[in-house]
Structure formats: C-alpha cells, structure tokens
Ligand binder design. Structure first.
Ligand code: PLP
Length: 453
C-alpha cells in the first residue's frame, strides 16, 4: 500500500500537519511526534524503527486475542470479497450479523436476548441512552429522564457519553454533563475515607444511589450506568458483592441497571462477561473492544426481552424506531466477531484466566516496592497505584509528570501500558499471553518503576 512506501520522516511530518489524534494534547503531540506502529503478532507490535514492543495494553484494551490471528483475517477477507456491505434498514439483513446476534444472545446473561450492533463503545452507550428514552415513552413514563453514573466512570466521548463520563478531560469546554446526567461517588477501596471494609464501601454506594434517586424523585429517574470495573477512571476494582448490590438496589428503586462492559467484556476479567462473576443480569449491557478484538470497529447494546417488547408493542406498525447508522451490524465486523468468538471458545478464555492468575501473582509480589501503594487485578485487567509515601498514601507530585515519564521509559524498555493521571499504571495484556510473556512484562515494568526512585 501507499502508506508503506512513505519513509518515517514523511510520515511523521504528514501526521503532524494533518492527522488529528483522539484524546491527545495536540501541542504535546506536535512537539513529540508520533510513535508509528507498523505490524503485530501475538502479544507483540513492531514500530516503524523495527523496535519490538510487548503490548501490555492490548492496543486500547481491545486486541484480546492478540495480533495476526489468521482465522480472523480469513473470515474478514472472505466476507469482504463476498459481500462487503449490506444495510439493515428497510427489511434487509446480512448472514454474519444474524449469526453473531444469535450466538451472543445465547452467551449473554439472563434474558439479554436482543442485540443492536453499533460501531464502537461510545455509540453503543449513546444508543443505549436513546433506547432508554424510547422505553420510558413506550411504557408511559416519559418523565423518567434522569440517568446516574459514577464519579470515575467512563462511557465514551459522544455528546451524551461524555456527559455520563465523569472524567474532567471529557467535560472541559464541552458543556457536559447534560441537565439529566448525575454522578455518585465511585467505590474506591484503596482511597476509601473510612475503614475500607467491603461491607462499608458497598453500603455507602447503595446509600448514595438511594439518596440521589430520592433527591431527583424515583419517578424521574430512568437508569444507573456503571462499569463492573472502572477502567479509564484508573482500573478501580470494587469489592466482591458490589455489582450485585447495585443491581439489586436498582430493582428496588424501579430504575434500569445498565452494565457498561466495553472493557470488561470478552474475557478481560476471566469469564466472557464480568457480570457473570456475581450472577448479575443487567437490563441492558454495552460492549465493544473485545467483541471484534480491534480487528474492525464494532460495539453492541444488549437489551432484555422485556425492554425490547415494550418498545415494539407500543410503537404502531409502519412507524420506524428512529435509531440506526449506515454501518449498524456491518457484515465484515460481524464476520470478525464470529471468528473471534470461536477463538474465545476455543481456549483463549482459558488461556487468559491462566495468564491472569500469573499476572496477579507477579504484581502482588511487586507490591512491597516503596513507590507502589496499591495493586488491583481482575483477570487480565490490572491497576498499579503509585505513591510518594506508602504510609500516608500521598500521591506523587504533579510537577513530576510521571505519566509521560512512565510511558517514555516503558517504550524504551520495550513494553506498552497506560499511565492514568500521574499515579496509576493500567495493564490489559492480550489473552493469548504466555506466562513467560507475563513474566517479561512484569520484569520490565518493575525496572521502569524502580528507576523512578
Ligand atoms: N465505555 C467504556 C467502559 C469504555 O472503556 C470505552 C472506551 O474505552 C467506551 C465506553 C467507549 O468506547 P469507544 O472508544 O469504542 O467508543
């Protein structure tokens, strides 16, 4: 292809002059220039200088099956040659999307039997919010408009998703949250102001949700959204029992419980969906990332039979439910989704669980390092919280700008991970990792952290 004929210097200049990067400091990016990735195999990627990097973050927590899986490439190629596109509008459909919806419905918790395919996680969340509006109108409670999220939640960067997100970067100059969007404090065991006991943390979250619903009026609140583990908020793992308690509270309050499994879905925490760990059945669930393992864009909204039939039965025949995109249920993405699901079922989930157990063991062994305040791991999703002082949990000084130092040092050491704020390292290695690769990742990461001293 033409891009491969461009030399690195031309690529860097063209990138600087023309390509707008997502969630980046435009100034810093222009100053530093891009790190251009060129190829990948298994858990490894290679940059334009030929440097091999062990990808401890699966791209952006999405390449769960690893790079270069031939069966996925073959499925995409076959679908692309046979039928690269088909609309789902006007009564049309494509085979791959139908098959994928059927297989996913069989795997999803409880009665989450209806699947709408989006292009990624942000528009899955936005779609869920739209479907919730349709549902409230359909059941004759249109005044139930308010939606509640968590104070460290991330739900994408569409207009509505950025508002439901509570991270300041996504609110800055964006005039969100919107008037109907609210947040309650996140469960955060390591920085809990009280005794830090699981029961206390769970009771506080339940009380916060109850209080917020009471304040807004139960007849005014539509839904509560949460990630089973908050990812972009700093890989915050709530205590066991938290998710089930929040689900239960939503049922009691008569509001919908929506699980955003964009990161946690597809084996990231061990099972196919993180909700399974606590036998939680949400009313809606959003997924993306691992759905296609990053080989092509796709997300999905799962909705319960009850929500689906309510909307269907209260909309006259001949009146379209006005939500959809040109690329909803794209056949190539769906074919990829089927091939990826084959891999998960063919041993990848199991391998991920094995690698995750090893990662937990290795990271816990690192936790006595003076700069490491907290280590939290669920499957192959991990957060390492750095502190200036272990006893007081004092955060590292902001002027140290640890995030950029860390990612630079990691790159030099040949590993990729994510640094959140200036104090949290996020890891999300591919499920295909061997224990030797987990060892290498941890060895290199330990040296990167130790060099900060
Ligand atoms: N929801 C969650 C929990 C996410 O982590 C993300 C992305 O990281 C999104 C939604 C948005 O997904 P996307 O970036 O595919 O639009």
């Amino acid at each position: 292809g033409i891009a491969h004929d461009m030399n690195t210097e031309t690529l860097l200049r063209t990138d600087r002059d023309h390509l707008i990067h997502p969630v980046s400091s435009w100034k810093d990016h222009e100053a530093a220039g891009a790190r251009i990735l060129r190829s990948g195999k298994g858990a490894w990627v290679t940059d334009s200088e030929g440097r091999d990097l062990l990808d401890g973050f699966s791209g952006l927590w999405c390449v769960n099956v690893g790079y270069g899986c031939q069966s996925v490439v073959d499925a995409a190629t076959e679908q692309m040659s046979r039928l690269p596109y088909a609309t789902g509008y006007f009564g049309f459909a494509n085979e791959a999307a139908i098959a994928l919806a059927g297989r996913l419905a069989a795997k999803a918790p409880g009665d989450l039997n209806r699947v709408f395919f989006s292009q990624g996680g942000s528009d899955a969340v936005d779609s869920a919010l739209r479907f919730i509006r349709f549902y409230q109108h359909a059941r004759g409670t249109p005044q139930k408009r308010h939606v509640i999220g968590l104070s460290r939640g991330y739900h994408g960067s569409t207009y509505t998703g950025a508002g439901l997100t509570a991270l300041s970067v996504f609110h800055r100059d964006a005039d969100v949250p919107l008037a109907w969007q609210h947040h309650i404090p996140s469960p955060y065991p390591y920085r809990h102001a009280g005794d830090g006991q699981p029961e206390t943390i769970i009771a506080e979250s339940v009380a916060s949700l109850r209080r917020k619903v009471e304040e807004l009026g139960a007849d005014q609140v539509a839904a509560f959204f949460c990630e089973p583990i908050q990812g972009s908020g700093g890989v915050i793992v709530p205590p066991a029992g938290w998710l089930a308690a929040m689900r239960h509270t939503c049922t009691e309050l008569g509001i919908l419980f929506v699980a955003d499994e964009v990161i946690t879905g597809f084996g990231r925490t061990g099972p196919l969906f993180a909700c399974e760990t606590e036998q939680v059945v949400p009313d809606m669930m959003t997924v993306a990332k691992g759905l296609t393992a990053g080989y092509a864009p796709m997300g999905a909204v799962f909705m319960s039979d009850a929500i689906y039939t309510t909307i269907r039965d209260n909309t006259p025949a001949g009146v379209p439910i006005g939500h959809g995109m040109t690329y909803s249920a794209h056949p190539v993405s769906a074919a990829i989704g089927l091939a990826v699901l084959d891999l998960y079922e063919g041993g990848m989930l199991e391998n991920g669980r094995r690698a995750g157990a090893h990662l937990a063991e290795r990271l816990r062994a690192m936790a006595d390092h003076p700069l490491i305040g907290d280590v939290r791991v669920s499957g192959l999703l991990a957060g390492i919280e750095l502190v200036a002082d272990k006893a007081t949990k004092r955060k590292p000084a902001a002027d140290l700008q640890l995030a950029s130092t860390l990612s630079r040092a990691g790159y030099e050491a040949g590993i990729l991970f994510r640094a959140f704020g200036d104090d949290i390292i996020g890891l999300a290695p591919p499920l295909c990792c061997s224990t030797a690769e987990i060892d290498l990742l941890c060895d290199r990461l330990y040296r990167v952290i130790d060099d900060l001293r």
